[in-house]
Design a protein around this ligand. Structure first.
Ligand code: NVA
Length: 366
């Protein structure tokens, strides 16, 4: 019996990680929470179904390459078991014509210390995605006597979980930004809903983005579930589609965070970092003007990097500005091609989930 699961942050030395798989990925049909989150000018509006095989193969090649690079550096890499994602699903509360994918793992699994929690995602199409990780969870459970295998309270995702008529094609970018500033999002507060990728773990502190995929009740759930940790709600008013914190606010090592210059953390919320001598620097401009075809995410996947330890980081190979900035910030940079995986749910950080990093639960913001 060995210790397999432990991770308190995104920067201590990485020893074991899950890397997603693109097999059988689907563009899901529209449902109450998704239309709000597909940008208005996206070519994906109105389409759904299995993603083209050729794109799946290209994404898998880059995911496999990432896995190999990690293994060559001594990191143990685990992979999920994809389901036939184009099956219709149902619960007592809803029916959906399809699931989505097991990309990216970061949205589903949250590792805090020796616990991995499967999230309370708000997309109906992602309701059963956790099943792809269950074989791994079971393996960790059998081999690591301290591993806590946890499922967050499952949201019912009835129509009451969403604001109706929240989305309107005619809504302007300014209005969207106003909604973000007013913290007016598509999910209601009827039950806790959250994506794991909205949670930034920094030892004793969890910084959780309140946005389209995570509501306030989720923050309250975290506070009660982890009375020994500190939970901070964070907002990024410049983001018209606030989903997932890891193309917005990304820690590189203790004391250093890169922040998307279009989505700056408000002054009030910066105080805790400044008071503890943490530096928040603007991330470099993305090298690309548009995301690849059929991609949900923005060009800011440029900053969605995977930190291997306090001095080493993996950055997407074509993101020349970001590579250069990392170098200037004193990091050793490993460029890895990954743009073919972007359409499947995100960048290098998104596409992975921590299993084991060295280190313990530090108090960085006493
Ligand atoms: N909303 C984010 C997702 C990043 C993983 C973006 O597209 O910038």
């Amino acid at each position: 019996m060995a210790k397999i699961v432990s991770s308190w942050n995104d920067f201590d030395p990485l020893k074991r990680v899950i890397v997603g798989r693109a097999d059988n990925s689907v563009i899901p049909p529209e449902e109450p929470a998704t239309s709000e989150k597909v940008p208005i000018d996206s070519e994906m509006r109105g389409m759904w179904g299995l993603r083209p095989l050729e794109t799946v193969e290209k994404a898998n090649a880059q995911l496999d390459n990432l896995a190999k690079i990690l293994e060559d550096r001594g990191v143990i890499v685990d992979r999920p078991t994809p389901l036939q994602w184009n099956q219709a699903i149902g619960t007592p509360d809803f029916r959906n014509d399809s699931m989505m994918t097991c990309m990216p793992p970061r949205d589903i699994l949250l590792t805090i210390g020796n616990e991995i929690i499967s999230a309370a995602n708000s997309f109906r199409c992602r309701y059963f995605e956790y099943l792809a990780y269950w074989p791994l969870m079971n393996e960790y459970f059998e081999e690591d006597p301290e591993f806590l295998w946890t499922q967050a309270p499952r949201p019912r995702l009835t129509d009451k979980s969403y604001k109706h008529n929240y989305y309107d094609e005619k809504i302007s970018l300014e209005e969207r930004l106003e909604r973000t500033a007013n913290k007016d999002f598509v999910t209601t507060e009827i039950e806790p809903m959250w994506d794991a990728a909205d949670v930034m773990r920094v030892g004793k502190d969890l910084f959780i983005q309140h946005g389209l995929t995570t509501n306030r009740k989720a923050m309250e759930w975290f506070k009660r579930y982890y009375p020994d940790l500190r939970v901070h709600a964070v907002n990024f008013p410049g983001d018209p589609y606030p989903i997932h914190i890891d193309a917005t606010f990304v820690p590189l090592r203790p004391g250093l965070i890169i922040n998307n210059p279009h989505r700056r953390l408000p002054e009030e919320q910066r105080k805790i970092f400044e008071a503890n001598d943490w530096q928040i620097v603007d991330a470099a401009q993305p090298a690309h003007e548009t995301p690849p075809p059929l991609c949900y995410s923005s060009v800011w996947l440029s900053m969605n990097c995977l930190v291997l330890d306090h001095k080493t980081v993996i950055v997407e190979a074509s993101e020349t500005n970001q590579l250069e900035q990392m170098d200037k910030l004193g990091m050793n940079v490993i460029p890895v091609p990954f743009r073919d995986a972007y359409p499947f749910g995100g960048g290098l950080h998104c596409s992975t989930a921590d299993v084991y990093r060295e280190g313990t639960c530090e108090d960085y913001f006493p």
